[in-house]
Each structure stands twice: as structure tokens, then as C-alpha cells.
Write a protein of this length. Structure first.
Lengths: 344, 592
């Protein structure tokens, strides 16, 4: 039996990770599987990927995928800032970040906002379960109003919707998905990996231990039954895909991504235009009123420059620029010196 | 009957429910008036890994988890594989023979295999093995079945009646099987004591704060401090305490300051990482002279570190919390009870001297479950809010918030009192509150304000009890400690006495301000001094040397995440007395 290889001739084994220590059934593990499949099928070079995360059950997951890539577990909530620094230091790295709703919407919201605003080139996977899993299930800031977790009272507070926030901030790729929708999530993940700029995928990822009960609006059953899909998706790579792509029967619309690959949006029900920020906000707003979860590509903009471009960084990653080039020359120091002595 | 002192350890993976047998045992002992101390060695994982709960019980006060294991309960094979080697003659091992293979035990270790499937019958679930194990443990140490039944009833109350009945039935089967099959344990539990209560250090601290009249508590969850938040949240409504879980520790400290400024006694708690985020706020409280109480429940650092392991690593973080040179109160209570009894004083002192207080707790104190005699708990301590102006008086219209006084304490008017309107600011200010950075940075005004604030430390120091040496006055060696090591040092001193070594104990709780003169005098009177700390570089020793100029003779340090056992200290002291190295780092034999 021959082993299947991807476009850069690597087997899938090169993209897997260590054994998960999360609770069996945790949504986060399903997302890790999707990351593994997408990175493999897209042919990311493992050694050029930096897996970034904060602290939380979700932020532990980089240990469970892409074990041949680099990892950076930052302190709680500060991953976007660390990634910003890392991207400035080496613009050639591909950043795949995983965070939790506590990590991004509570303690790290300031960091998150600024990374979005700068259009940092990264895939930002938010594993959103409405609770702080790792500290044993307190409500997070994304918990839906009126939802009730396994223990404790009904949540009375207005949630922070990071997708809304991101659209507002001009984020260039905003998607919401569900850990249980493998096909949709995989297409969006691959598209995010092909995007240039900040790609947010807010994945509803049920916490089976603390927030998967009947009264929770983030349980598997609830999300599955109340999932409003904007489109059906297919990702069409620039090379011959490992799995064949079927031509849809109904109407569809293609979006060309930065690397030339295509995200195909097949119309189901009413059509959503992902280049229309107001439509994205309206869809999110309506879903919130109806206690639904709207999933799919909400907003997309391929025209914005990234943080690295705005900084006008040299093409060579700063980390690779030799000392001789980085260091001020003896001549320039001499000029400075002269100026200090007031003899300019 | 002699002293009953018996240690039961339960090992399993997170999620296997080791907490339940732990709780059942704790409650059972407490109801029988047996003192108990439980230490849980666990990992930051929701399921899997290895957790190891050690419950020590005695008819006398117990304050550490001891040195040995008398009864081992294995909930999985891993526990058997890891810990069978620690079992010695006269001990026993309980395990589920359906799923666990025993290893090769040492001579005289009684193996107690339990056929859980057979006992539980059809529909047995994974947690039934816990019930079986507890029943056998109780039978072995001579607990009456009725006592166990009561506790099972209580533990599962709120669940279905069938579940309670089912557990009682299984427990009875296991109990009878044990009586018919196994030898009784080496020690039998005495009965007839007066019932005790069970608490953790976090609960003790939270209760103390409630008793001291805290009205506002907020936190962002961080192990091992979360227990305080949980207790506060669970009791908030009944006690009328405003409890908020907020978005990060920066907000936590700021909200705490805000509430305190408005007039509420306010507290917050976190662990080292969250404390680091709070530090700018602590300086703010110092500058504005707002009384707040911040608890740092230390865990092994730096950074995210080891969330479920203990360390006394944050002393210098507390000493250096925030920029600038300003007064603060720092203390490290030695136990849940010490914390409970000290916290009301801390609130009174922070109110009186209008400054931030930092209480250094640690995972060992905060997480340990122990029995406590409810008679020792005074929930109505004296509340003294210091010079607080709550209604308009003579000074209306001419009130100065930061008035110069001999004590340095300026009467604090709460916002909302007519004629007492004032500004508090993080900038340096004049007595009126007007910013001097806005006018001109007058060196004389700055100096006067610095001296006013620091003057408060003189009064504060005089109110703190000076350190004392506990035990034999003429001891061969003095063991010096701070914070959570007090009880383990005490137990080691007893062990040393049994070995013919006379040791006494000098323990520090109040860190800042510090009784330097008294400490220097005491230390200089000692024949030989050995300092014991749960950190790598001897953080307290460095501070002590700075305050006293005194250098101790020897060090015992542990920084592997696990707390000291008495025997670690005893052996290290003996080694040093026999001429061994001046720094001992005990070896931890329990691998979790
Ligand atoms: C400064 C700081 N405060 C608190 C913590 C404790 N802590 C660890 S993870 C976490 C929340 C994690 O929640 P989320 O990001 O939603 O991840 P999940 O576990 O739900 O996947 C908290 C509060 C910490 N590590 N650092
Ligand atoms: S606690 Fe919740 S989020 Fe954490 S691993 Fe378990 S199911 Fe997942
Ligand atoms: Mg979460």
C-alpha cells in the first residue's frame, strides 16, 4: 500500500501531533484534526509554521497537531502581541494561532483588537466554548445571554461577539464555524491558510465537561440544531487536490485567495455577500436575536495591506539579516559622534 | 489507646473522581472528631494524568501530610505501578482486581484485591470502584458501617435516591467482604470525639474576609486562588457581598481600588501571573492611600509555571510590586487558621494606615483540606475602619484629603460628603489633593508628601507583633521559616527531639514593615541557624540578611513543586549538624 503524499511530498504523519490530554469529546480536539488535515492538504511546510497560543485547554492544543512545527505558548491572553513581535522578526513564518474565548475575549481582548487592526498575517483560530475550561468552567465573556452551563446560574450578561468586533475593526477574513461541521470548517481553514492578512475563524467548540448540558446554548445538540449556514463551501487549491472537487448543481460564487486558490461559495437559501461588511453585521445581529449560530465566511477583503507591508520591512526576515548589515557602520557612528560634539 | 496517626493515599487519573472518596473520608473523619489533613498532588488537566491525594488522620491535631503511607487505594494501574514501592511492612493496598494487576509488594504488605464487577453487579459504573475502595478502607481501620452510610447519604444527597441506595448496597457488600477476608489495619480509628468542620485555606481566607466585613470581591480565575472566588460567589447573596468575575487582573485591581475608594472593604485574590498584572494598580492604591487587600496565592513560577504545584517564589515580587518607594503591608500567614485569624487585623490595619496590603498565601495553604474546630472560628472580629469621615463635620469646606499629621494618617472622607469634595490622583499631590505635577514639581512639597506617607510605617510597625522564638530557649539549632512552612517545621522539631536533637523555631509572618532590631537580636542569640524555604535562591534569607545583616548557617530548600515532608527537614538538619553541606535540597520520593 502506498502512503498518500501531499503536494510537497509529505505524508500526513508529518502533520500530526502528540496525544491529546483533553476530555474525550472536547470540541477542541476536532479542530486540531481539521488543522492537521488542512495543513497537510494545503502543503504547508511544517518547519516554516509557528503555532502560537495563549493559556487554556484550547491553547494547549498546538501540542496535538503539527509536531514538526515550532510552537509558542505565551502567557494568558498575550499571544497576539507575541505573534506581532515574531512576525516582525521573521516575516517568512506562517502563523497558525489557537486561542480560547477567555484568552481572546477577556484577558487578551486588547491584544486581539490590535492584532486585527494591524491586519497581522496569521490564521487565528478561536476555540469558543463560552467558558474557561481549564480553570473549571466559569463563564467567559462570549457566553450567550440566557444560556446556562452545567453548574451555576443562567448567564445574564451580554456576550462579546468577536466576529462582530472583527468586522467592525476591518478584519480581512472573518468566519464562524462549528467544531462539529468538519467539511465547512476544513474549507474555511484551508481558505484562511491561503489568505494574506488576519484570518479569524471563530469556531464554536463545545466544552463537554462544563457547558454541554441541555440548558446551554453552546452544547453540541443546540449548536447543531441552530446552525444557520451562510453557504456550502469547497476549497479549490492551485494544485491537483488530494480529494476530488465536485461541481455544485446549484448557483455558486468563487472567491480567489491570495495564493491563487479558490473558495467556492455555493448558495443555500438566501445569499450572503462576504464583501459586504454591513450584511455581515446584519447576519450576526439577526442570529443573536434569534439565538442562532450563523456560520460560514462572514466577511472577506483581499485589498488591504498587512502589518508587515505597512511597516515597510525588508524582504529578508529581520532575524536573517546579518549583523554587518544591521549594525550601524563605523562611519555613521562617527557622524553621530561629531554631532554630539556640536561640530556638525 | 495510644496516638492514632494514619495516612491513606488515593491515586488515579483526573476525572476518575478521586475527589469524591477524598471528600467522603474527610467528612467521615470530621464527624467522628478525628483530625485530618489532606494534600492533593495533581496536574493542570481536566481528565487523565496522575492525581494523588494523601489524607492523614489522627486523634490529635495534624498539620502536614506526614512522611509515610499506611493505606494505598489504587484507582488505576498507574497508581499501583508508581506507589507500591513506597509501601512497607504493616501497610495495605486496596485495588480493583478486575482492572489492576498488583506488583510485587514488600514483605508484610497486605494486598486487598476487590472484585468490583462482582460486588457492584450489573450496571456498575466506573465510579463504583471508589465506593468499594472507601468501604474497604473504612472496614480496615474499624469505622462502623453506619458512620460510612451517613456520609454516603450526605455525599450523594441531591442525586437520586436510587443512586444513594445503590452506593450504600455496594459499600455494604464491600465492607462485609473485607471483614471476612482481610486483616484489620495496623491502627484502628478511635471514636467519640466531638465533630469537627472541614475547610481549605482558600475557604478560610474567604470566610475571614467576609467576617471582616468585605463588601466587594472580584477576580479573574487563576489556580490556585480560584477557591476564594468560588466560596465568595457561592455565599455572596447570603452575605451581601458584591462578587464579580471580571475580564482580567488589571480590571480586577482597578475595580477593587474603585470600590475601596467609594468606601467598601475590598479584596481580590490571584496567583503570581495575575499579581504581576496587578502591580501597577498596587502602586496606585499606595499613591492614593486607598486601603485594599490583595491575596497572592503563590504557585510554582515563573510565568504560567506549574499551575498545580506550590512554591514560596513571589516574595520579591510582592516586595517590589509597583514602581516607586511607598508604604505597603506584606505578610505571609502560616496556615488556614493563621490566615483566618490574621485577616481581620489586616483589614483593620489597611483601613487605619490607608495602604495596600499583600497577603502571600501559597498552593499548599490554599488547597489543603483539613479539619478545624469550629469553636476556634470567630466570625465577628472587631472592625476598626480607622479615621474615616462618613458625614459632614467641622472641616466642611476646608477639608484636605492628604492633610499633614503627626502620624502621617490623613482622615479619609468618602466621596459624596458635602464640603469634603476632593481629588485623588495617581500623580503626586499636595495635601489638598491638587497635583503638584500640574503646578510645578516643587521639591519641598514632594519631600513633605513622601515623608507623610512613609511616616505611617512607624505607627504600623509598632502595631505588629515582633518575632519570637518558639520552643526550647537554649536549643542546639534554630529552624527559621516564613509563611506556609511553619507546621512542617514544627513536626520536624518533634522528630528531631525524638532523635535527641534539641531544635527551636523562629517563624516570620510579617514581612513589611519588618521588625529588624528584634529579629537581629533573636538571631544573634541562636547557637546555630538553618533556614527553610520552598524556593531555589533563598528569597526570604536574602531579605532577612538585608534587614538584619545576619547570615544564617545553613539552608534547606525545595523547589520541585511539592511541599516539604517533615522527614525531609529532619534528615537535612541532622546532616548539617553532622557537618554536611550548608545547603540541602531534599529528594522528593512521590512522583506525581
Ligand atoms: C494572568 C493569568 N490569569 C489567570 C490565569 C488562569 N487561567 C488559565 S486558562 C484560563 C481561561 C481559559 O479559558 P479559555 O481561553 O476560554 O480556554 P478554554 O480552557 O475554555 O479552552 C485562565 C483564567 C492565567 N494562566 N494567567
Ligand atoms: S474542560 Fe472543556 S474545554 Fe477543557 S478539555 Fe475538557 S471539554 Fe475541553
Ligand atoms: Mg473557553
Amino acid at each position: 500500500m502506498s502512503i498518500k503524499l501531499n503536494v510537497i511530498d509529505l505524508p500526513k504523519d508529518d502533520y500530526t501531533g502528540g496525544k491529546s490530554t483533553l476530555c474525550p469529546g472536547c470540541g477542541h480536539d476536532q479542530i486540531s484534526t481539521v488543522i492537521i488535515n488542512s495543513a497537510w492538504e494545503n502543503g504547508l511546510k511544517p518547519e516554516m509554521v509557528a503555532k502560537m497560543s495563549g493559556i487554556g485547554c484550547s491553547s494547549k492544543t498546538p501540542a496535538y497537531f503539527l509536531s514538526k512545527s515550532h510552537g509558542f505558548n505565551t502567557v494568558h491572553g498575550r499571544m497576539p502581541s507575541v505573534t506581532t513581535g515574531a512576525a516582525m522578526g521573521n516575516r517568512d513564518l506562517t502563523f497558525i494561532a489557537v486561542s480560547g474565548d477567555g484568552d481572546s475575549a477577556s484577558i487578551g481582548i486588547g491584544q486581539f483588537i490590535h492584532a486585527v487592526r494591524r491586519n497581522l498575517d496569521m490564521v487565528y483560530v478561536l476555540e469558543n466554548n463560552g467558558v474557561y475550561g481549564l480553570t473549571k468552567g466559569q463563564y467567559s465573556a462570549t457566553a450567550v445571554k440566557g444560556s446556562k452551563k452545567k453548574k451555576g446560574d443562567i448567564n445574564k450578561h451580554q456576550p462579546i461577539d468577536l466576529c462582530k468586533l472583527a468586522v467592525n475593526l476591518g478584519c480581512t477574513f472573518v468566519a464562524r464555524s462549528f467544531s462539529g461541521s468538519k467539511k465547512q470548517l476544513t474549507a474555511l481553514m484551508k481558505a484562511a491558510m491561503s489568505h494574506k492578512g488576519f484570518a479569524l475563524i471563530d469556531v464554536i467548540s463545545p466544552c463537554v465537561t462544563f457547558n454541554n448540558n441541555d440548558e446551554s446554548l453552546r452544547s453540541y445538540t443546540y449548536v447543531k440544531d441552530n446552525d444557520l449556514e451562510l453557504h456550502a463551501y469547497d476549497y479549490i487549491p492551485t494544485y491537483t487536490p488530494i480529494e476530488g472537487i465536485e461541481i455544485p448543481e446549484g448557483e455558486f460564487h468563487d472567491i480567489t485567495l491570495f495564493d491563487g486558490s479558490v473558495l467556492r461559495l455555493e448558495t443555500i437559501g438566501s445569499d450572503h455577500d462576504p464583501t459586504d461588511a454591513v450584511a455581515a453585521m446584519a447576519a450576526l445581529h439577526q442570529a443573536e436575536i434569534d439565538n442562532k449560530h450563523v456560520t460560514g465566511l462572514l466577511y472577506f477583503d483581499s485589498n488591504k495591506s498587512t502589518a508587515i507591508e505597512d511597516q515597510c520591512l525588508v524582504d529578508t526576515p529581520l532575524a536573517d539579516v546579518p549583523d554587518e548589515v544591521m549594525r550601524p557602520s563605523a562611519a555613521s557612528l562617527e557622524i553621530l559622534n561629531t554631532r554630539f560634539r556640536g561640530k556638525d | 489507646m495510644g496516638k492514632f496517626d494514619y495516612v491513606i493515599s488515593i491515586g488515579g487519573a483526573a476525572g476518575q473522581g478521586i475527589a469524591t472518596p477524598g471528600n467522603i473520608l474527610a467528612r467521615l473523619f470530621a464527624r467522628q472528631g478525628i483530625h485530618m489533613y489532606a494534600y492533593n498532588a495533581y496536574q493542570s488537566i481536566i481528565r487523565g494524568g496522575h492525581s494523588f491525594l494523601t489524607v492523614r488522620c489522627s486523634n490529635e491535631q495534624v498539620r502536614t501530610h506526614g512522611d509515610v503511607i499506611d493505606l494505598l487505594i489504587c484507582l488505576n494501574q498507574d497508581t499501583m505501578d508508581r506507589h507500591l514501592e513506597h509501601m512497607r511492612d504493616g501497610t495495605a493496598v486496596i485495588y480493583n482486581s478486575n482492572t489492576i494487576n498488583p506488583g510485587e509488594p514488600a514483605d508484610g504488605v497486605q494486598l486487598c484485591p476487590m472484585d468490583v464487577k462482582e460486588l457492584a453487579g450489573k450496571g456498575a459504573n466506573k465510579l463504583m470502584q471508589n465506593t468499594v475502595a472507601i468501604a474497604v478502607a473504612c472496614q480496615l481501620i474499624g469505622v462502623e458501617f453506619s458512620a460510612l452510610e451517613d456520609v454516603i447519604d450526605f455525599q450523594f444527597s441531591g442525586k437520586s435516591e436510587e443512586l444513594v441506595a445503590e452506593n450504600v448496597r455496594i459499600a455494604k457488600g464491600a465492607y462485609d467482604h473485607s471483614a471476612a477476608t482481610f486483616q484489620p489495619a495496623s491502627q484502628q480509628m478511635p471514636t467519640g470525639g466531638e465533630a469537627l468542620a472541614v475547610w481549605t485555606g482558600n475557604q478560610a481566607f474567604a470566610m475571614a474576609a467576609a467576617g471582616a466585613g468585605v463588601k466587594f470581591y472580584c477576580a479573574y480565575p487563576m489556580s490556585p486562588s480560584t477557591g476564594i472566588l468560588h466560596w465568595m460567589a457561592a455565599n455572596a447573596r447570603e452575605l451581601g457581598i458584591m462578587v464579580r468575575q471580571v475580564e482580567d487582573e488589571i480590571s480586577v485591581i482597578c475595580m477593587t481600588i474603585g470600590a475601596a475608594h467609594a468606601g467598601c472593604r475590598s479584596m481580590c485574590a490571584t496567583s503570581g501571573g495575575g499579581f504581576a498584572l496587578m502591580t501597577e494598580g498596587i502602586g496606585e492604591a499606595g499613591m492614593m492611600e486607598i486601603p485594599i487587600v490583595v491575596v497572592d496565592v503563590q504557585r510554582a513560577g515563573p510565568s504560567t509555571g506549574v499551575p498545580t504545584k506550590t512554591e514560596q517564589g513571589d516574595l520579591w515580587q510582592a516586595l517590589g510590586a509597583s514602581q516607586g518607594d511607598f508604604p505597603k503591608l506584606i505578610l505571609a500567614p502560616s496556615s488556614p487558621l493563621d490566615g483566618f485569624q490574621t485577616i481581620p487585623d489586616v483589614f483593620n490595619l489597611t483601613d487605619k494606615y490607608q495602604l495596600p496590603a499583600i497577603i502571600l498565601s501559597d498552593l499548599l495553604i490554599s488547597d489543603e483540606t483539613s479539619t478545624i474546630d469550629p469553636k476556634l472560628l470567630d466570625m465577628h472580629p472587631i472592625i476598626d475602619r480607622g479615621e474615616l469621615i462618613t458625614e459632614a463635620g467641622e472641616e466642611a469646606g476646608s477639608y484636605e484629603r492628604y492633610k499633614f499629621t503627626e502620624s502621617g494618617i490623613s482622615p479619609r472622607a468618602l466621596p459624596g460628603i458635602p464640603g469634603y469634595e476632593h481629588v485623588v490622583a495617581s500623580d503626586e499631590h499636595m495635601p489638598s489633593g491638587i497635583l503638584i505635577s500640574d503646578e510645578f514639581t516643587h521639591p519641598h512639597k514632594r519631600r513633605a508628601m513622601m515623608e507623610k506617607r512613609q511616616q505611617k510605617m512607624t505607627g504600623l510597625l509598632a502595631e505588629l507583633p515582633p518575632p519570637v522564638i518558639m520552643g526550647a530557649p537554649d536549643a542546639e539549632v534554630t529552624l527559621v521559616g516564613w509563611g506556609s512552612t511553619a507546621d512542617v517545621i514544627q513536626e520536624s522539631i518533634e522528630q528531631l527531639a525524638a532523635e535527641g536533637v534539641v531544635a527551636n523555631h523562629l517563624h516570620f509572618k510579617w514581612m513589611v514593615p519588618f521588625h529588624s532590631d528584634e529579629a537581629t537580636e533573636l538571631l544573634s542569640s541562636c547557637k546555630r541557624t538553618i533556614i527553610i524555604e520552598n524556593n531555589y535562591t533563598g528569597l526570604f534569607h536574602r531579605y532577612l540578611r538585608g534587614e538584619t545583616g545576619f547570615t544564617v548557617d545553613g539552608h534547606i530548600r525545595k523547589y520541585d513543586g511539592e511541599p516539604f515532608k517533615p522527614k525531609h527537614i529532619t534528615a537535612a538538619v541532622q546532616d548539617q549538624l553532622a557537618g554536611g553541606d550548608a545547603i540541602s535540597v531534599p529528594y522528593e520520593e512521590i512522583i506525581v
